[in-house]
Design a protein around this ligand. Structure first.
Ligand code: URA
Length: 435
């Protein structure tokens, strides 16, 4: 393929045809286009953009660059959720078994964390024996039998995105709305979904810092998902403050189990219920969001999703006895230190970015793709904005690998909190629905 005219066309702002897009994705995936030429095209796309037809063609070509999961015909709709990521965002963990109990099939293909953002697979790796790398046939078989799976992308799924994302990372072309939408949706569409709910976060610890940027990304993804034949909706949610009261891989698994046992924090429960409720409406299993919420809530209250969680764990090789023993520990980290309020008042701020940075730096996250993870470190018992605290009330507990590490981290953690005399205005969690 002579790739140069195509780069020049995009450089001049011309429209690429679906056939041209399919060809360059096919050739690049096969290693027949050098990285420097692909990087030049990505930069031209970054500046010139792609229209809807081009973005759709790119997404579908990327989806079809590898295996697309194929499921037998079944009356249970195939659904999933994608979050743009944040601190303490463990929604996928309780959501997958809840959705399975609501009569869905959930092929939840998830990712690992990078930087301050946690990854679902890293959280699951803290469960003794649990396997996140499954062949496509096992993913399909488990979804059919159990109703849900949470695992990583196989080597054969969406290889074009893997190669293109690495180049975007190295060529300064990550922040293009069209390239982001194509990247995220090509992977989700390879799950052959009927419906998808997107949780697009905004705030200091989110990929999109402002609500306006998050809205722009959400609108682009919703339009593209629907254009590609998957019923797609998005919710815009706040990520200035962490979700729930725990952040850190194992601590988040524990909190997810609490949520499944109806003991979890309100904001996590609300996001789990609402994500399920949207999917019920999108697939016409409920007539209104209010009815869908009531249905999802009753299902969670009845306890069946907690059993489904165990069933999913066993199907993916977990040692349930070791898991339950681990759950019984208050902490699995060698050192736990409490951060206490230095005065009485109301929590005015709990900065999710600072929390994320502290957890990453004590080993709970990755600075590079190769960094090892310490699953046991993190923060729990996080006091949330609006809550009343007395002098010496616990604002958070830090779980660390050593005492010197804990002492250094706790002084940084302190800067995440602000206490004021007045109760601050309530920060809404879900601020907008985009459909
Ligand atoms: N996540 C992805 O999978 N792709 C992007 O381009 C950005 C975030």
């Amino acid at each position: 393929m002579n790739f140069l005219p195509l780069i020049e066309s995009k450089r001049e702002g011309k429209i690429l045809s679906p056939a041209q897009i399919q060809e360059f994705i096919r050739e690049f995936t096969a290693g027949k286009i050098p990285d420097y030429q692909m990087a030049a095209l990505l930069m031209a796309i970054y500046f010139r953009g792609l229209n809807t037809a081009e973005t759709t063609a790119l997404t579908l070509a990327m989806r079809d660059s590898g295996d697309v999961l194929k499921f037998p015909k079944d009356k249970r709709p195939l659904v999933d959720k994608h979050s743009t990521g944040g601190i303490g965002d463990k929604v996928s963990l309780p959501l997958a078994p809840l959705l399975a109990c609501l009569g869905f099939r959930v092929p939840m293909i998830s990712g690992r964390g990078l930087g301050i953002t946690g990854g679902t697979l890293d959280k699951l790796d803290s469960i003794p024996g649990f396997k996140t790398l499954l062949p496509a046939a096992q993913i399909v078989a488990q979804v059919q039998k159990v109703g849900c799976v949470i695992c990583g992308q196989t080597d054969k799924m969406v290889p074009a995105d893997k190669k293109i994302y690495a180049l975007r990372d190295a060529s300064g072309t990550v922040p293009s709305i069209q390239l982001i939408t194509a990247s995220i949706l090509s992977k989700k569409l390879a799950e052959s979904l009927d419906a998808l709910i997107l949780d697009v976060k905004f705030g200091c610890a989110a990929f999109m810092q402002t609500k306006a940027d998050a809205r722009k990304l959400a609108r682009a993804m919703v339009a593209l998902g629907n254009e590609c034949g998957t019923n797609t909706r998005a919710i815009l949610t706040d990520m200035n403050t962490p979700l729930g009261r725990a952040a850190g891989n194992w601590l988040e698994v524990k909190e997810s189990v609490d949520c499944l046992e109806n003991k979890g924090p309100d904001d996590l429960r609300r996001l789990v219920i609402d994500s399920a409720a949207h999917l019920l409406v999108q697939t016409k299993k409920a007539k209104s969001l209010a009815a869908a919420r009531a249905f999802a809530e009753a299902c969670l209250n009845a306890g069946e999703p907690r059993q489904k969680w165990d069933e999913m764990l066993v199907a993916q090789g977990a040692d349930l006895k070791a898991f339950n023993q681990k759950l019984a520990f208050d902490s699995t980290a060698p050192v736990v230190l409490e951060l206490k309020a230095d005065r009485a008042g109301f929590v005015a701020k709990c900065d999710a970015r600072i929390l994320g940075e502290v957890i990453r730096d004590i080993g709970g996250g990755r600075l590079t793709k190769e960094s090892p993870i310490n699953f046991d470190v993190g923060v729990d018992q996080i006091a949330k904005p609006g809550e009343r605290v007395e002098k010496n009330s616990v604002l958070a507990r830090l779980h660390a690998a050593s005492r010197p590490q804990a002492e250094e981290a706790i002084s940084r953690l302190k800067t995440a909190f602000e206490i004021s005399a007045q109760r601050p205005a309530k920060i809404p969690l879900i601020v907008e629905i985009i459909q």
